[in-house]
Design a protein around this ligand. Structure first.
Ligand code: NAG
Ligand code: NAG
Ligand code: NAG
Length: 784
């Protein structure tokens, strides 16, 4: 409205009241009128519709409805109506007039019972009769939780359908189901009440100005895009929605959905189709647009677990426990972050990664689509051709504080409709997406408009391509459900939240797979940051009555290495020497490597290295635990020769002969050097049968109290072993048990439930007399 003079306003009002109704009457019913969405966006959207369409020949009435009783509901709704605003180009007087008119056309209803719907219908019909108006249509906007859909749908169909000739439009808000099956069930029920053409499923991202511009932009700039919008020229497409907020206060919803269902299955997938679909011959034909969208979704290559990485911000579990009243053992694996790479089976897009990323508690709030083009040549000159070439649909927030369409100047100068977009040229020295802003053409909307306002106009115009059809919805769920199922048991990577995430969530694409870029969080593990670091990457709790540290194996191993170094420093400080006994087996290998390559300040010079157990093979045999210790650690660090104590399994050219008294020799050596035969630290593992060191189930001789070192028998080759006794182990000042990998999940679960039964599961006999026991169990072993 550009009415700027009072006379024009008066004329306009008279004119519009003359034509209002000539094209028929539209009744708008907003269910959930007292809810947040209504207060924030929908009432404003309907007001804007009224303002924009006032001279287009339709008359309107607005019915706000909710379960709230009439007086209370009316007060709530009118409170919200008072805050309606006009766009800046409307003069205050005129705005007040429009608001007043809108209020007069608006009524509150309590809609609860079948009778309530019948009286609403009667009211609409009698008022049409009184005013002699033709009915053009009825619009029901369901801003209610999805469990209420079917009930409301039943009432609308039974008693609120308009007479033939007038349309019915029913608007639904997500979530539209939880997976393919539940979505199908809901769709089936809704279809018994409504025709497909009557249903408008909202994805409010499709109402965002920049998202709504993607297809028109592609059409208007065909001459430039046709040669480059393909796999030969596009390097990758990034579709990103980052939030700084977390799920606090919404965990009861979030626990059931998680990031993929919350935003990726719907918003980001819709954006992907806008970018990748074929443009129909007639772009203003909704049916053709929807058909091509569906065709694209059907071309998406099936997803597997390896196509995604998932994360969870560190405070999430506490929020879930508090808000859902779960006990401290409750552990949610719901992802709050995901990065997914999607490929499209088409000649145009074959091999081009579409990277979809979203998360809560991230370092910034921003959403955008970035199409990055390949560089075809290696540039020797500094020509502009060598600068990045990209097209960005900047949807909102981020460094650029306004929605914008952004094109690298070395690509082309885009064409955007002048009546709604303006070029921006006055930049500071800002950088955006890796380039100075001055190297882009930047266009922003002349007038920013909320997504819901745009969508409400689209519903009024019956423009269905801005909504989700049943077929498109099912195709999208069909695509996402297998990934959701395969991720259901995965433990997400924890991240601290905000800027502290640093590059913890960065991921790399190799071939068709993605993985986190940071395998080892080396930079977090310096000792002064230790306590801060372990607070977010690991879960500390209790296992079998002792301390439990758990994390991804890589993190866990670096934690343990760090803890060993701390123990070494303390021991050396107190007694000048550190006695460490190490186990064989596969689990400690990573630990030994870690110690060798990351712990440059470790007091090796004062460290004595002992073996917890040994196989009865020559020490140079590859099966020997000592050989592995030498290979992984000893040859890389400087431990004095006399501080290295291999087990004497090979004496007099015999292996573990009783007559050679190897076990007694080793025990004597320990008694001589280790004060009170109490090791500073002993590192143990656990076998899938519950054995530890080389103490196997049902070997009573290894449990005897009067021996420090024993010969034992193993069920697997080599059958003879030398081992610390449980008695010696339990004298240690610190015992660390390291358990890694899925294979150990069964035994971990089992020993978490049994009492002390060393005869059946020797590990349960590890119980230091006065020392400390700490379990280091990785996520795979703990949760599988
Ligand atoms: C929808 O309404 C029509 C007309 O009142 C009725 O015949 C039909 O049974 C209704 N559908 C359902 C599923 O109730
Ligand atoms: C494109 O589709 C619109 C909407 O269906 C229609 O009005 C218009 O005539 C079509 N244009 C062409 C060139 O077919
Ligand atoms: C030596 O070890 C025994 C058994 O663990 C313990 O009772 C005793 O107090 C220890 N003595 C010293 C000096 O640590």
């Amino acid at each position: 409205m550009q009415a700027k003079l009072l006379g024009v306003i008066v004329f306009f009002t008279i004119f519009s009241s003359l034509v209002a109704g000539s094209q028929g009457h539209i009744s708008v019913v907003l269910l959930g009128a007292t809810g947040d969405l209504a207060k924030k966006y929908l009432l404003q959207g309907f007001f804007q519709l009224y303002v924009d369409q006032i001279d287009n020949g339709h008359s309107f009435s607005f019915h706000g409805a909710a379960l709230t009783p009439p007086e209370q509901g009316q007060t709530l709704m009118f409170e919200a109506l008072k805050r309606l605003s006009c766009s800046p180009d409307v003069f205050p007087d005129r705005c007040a007039l429009l608001k007043d008119q809108f209020l007069k056309l608006t009524r509150y209803w309590q809609l609860k019972t079948a009778e309530d719907y019948v009286s609403l219908n009667q009211d609409i019909e009698s008022s049409l009769r009184e005013k002699g108006l033709q009915e053009a249509g009825r619009l029901f906007y369901l801003s209610v939780p999805p469990f209420a859909y079917v009930d409301i749908a039943h009432h609308i169909n039974s008693s609120c359908r308009p007479k033939p000739g007038a349309w019915l439009r029913v608007v639904l808000e997500k979530p539209f189901g939880h997976d393919h099956e539940s979505a199908q069930q809901l769709a089936k029920e809704l279809h018994t009440f409504f025709l497909e053409e009557e249903m408008y499923r909202v994805d409010h991202y499709l109402g965002k100005q920049v998202v709504a511009e993607i297809l028109p932009f592609r059409q208007q700039n065909r001459q430039f895009l046709d040669p480059i919008w393909n796999r030969h020229n596009v390097e990758r497409v990034e579709i990103v929605l980052k939030e700084t907020l977390d799920a606090k206060g919404r965990t009861s919803f979030y626990e059931q959905y998680g990031v993929v269902r919350d935003v990726i299955q719907n918003h980001l997938t819709e954006i992907l189709t806008c970018i990748a679909m074929e443009i129909p011959k007639n772009g203003s034909n909704s049916e053709e647009v929807l058909k091509n969208k569906l065709a694209l979704v059907k071309l998406l290559q099936p997803l597997e677990k390896a196509n995604a990485v998932i994360g969870q911000y560190q405070g999430y579990n506490d929020q879930v426990r508090e808000e859902l009243q779960k006990d401290e053992h409750h552990f949610s694996t719901t992802p709050t972050f995901a990065g997914v790479v999607v490929f499209i089976d088409s000649l145009r897009w074959e091999g081009v990664p579409f990277v979809l990323t979203s998360g809560k508690a991230l370092d910034e709030r921003v959403s955008y689509v970035r199409v990055l083009f390949k560089h075809q040549a290696f540039c020797v000159s500094r020509s502009s051709k060598c600068k990045p070439q990209q097209i960005i649909f900047h949807i909102g927030h981020g460094e650029l504080q306004f929605p914008a369409v952004v094109v690298s100047q070395n690509l082309f100068k885009p064409i955007l409709p002048e009546e709604s977009w303006q070029e921006v040229t006055d930049f500071s020295s800002q950088h955006l997406y890796g380039q100075p802003l001055s190297e882009y053409y930047v266009y922003r909307p002349l007038k920013e408009q909320d997504a819901y306002t745009t969508l409400i106009t689209n519903i009024y115009q019956g423009k269905k391509d801005a909504f989700i059809t049943t077929q498109n919805l099912m195709a999208s769920w069909h695509f996402w459900t297998p990934l959701l199922e395969s991720l259901a048991q995965e433990v997400p990577r924890f991240y601290p939240g905000g800027t502290e995430n640093r590059n913890l969530l960065d991921f790399v694409i190799s071939g068709r797979e993605v993985s986190f870029a940071l395998e080892q969080h080396v930079e977090f593990m310096t000792s002064d940051q230790h306590s801060q670091a372990d607070s977010y990457k690991t879960v500390r709790s209790i296992f079998r009555g002792s301390q439990l540290v758990t994390a991804w194996s890589e993190t866990l191993v670096s934690m343990l290495a760090q803890d060993i170094e701390v123990a070494a420093e303390e021991a050396v400080k107190h007694s000048g020497v550190f006695h460490l006994a190490l186990s064989g087996g596969s689990s400690p290998t990573a630990l030994l490597q870690r110690l060798a390559t990351h712990h440059y300040t470790f007091p090796w010079k004062h460290t004595h290295l002992w073996m917890v157990d040994e196989r009865c093979v020559p020490l140079t045999n590859h099966e020997s635990n000592f050989d592995s210790l030498y290979d992984k650690l000893l040859q890389h660090v400087r431990v004095p020769y006399l501080h290295i104590h291999p087990m004497p399994v090979h004496m007099n050219q015999r292996l573990c002969a009783e007559e050679d008294h190897g076990a007694e020799f080793y025990a004597k050596e320990i008694s001589l050097l280790v004060k009170n035969t109490s090791f500073h630290m002993i590192l143990l593992g656990v076998g899938t049968d519950g054995h530890t060191a080389s103490i196997f189930p049902h070997t009573p001789e290894a449990m005897e109290r009067d021996q420090l070192v024993v010969l034992t028998e193993s069920p697997v080759k080599p059958h003879w072993r030398m081992s610390f006794s449980l008695h010696l182990i339990n004298k240690a000042q610190k015992v660390a048990v390291l358990v890694l990998g899925k294979r150990k999940n069964d035994i971990v679960t089992l020993i978490s439930r049994v009492e002390q039964e060393p005869q059946n599961w020797p590990i349960t006999g590890v119980n230091p007399n006065t020392g400390q026991l700490v379990w280091y169990i990785d996520y795979e072993a703990l949760f599988r």
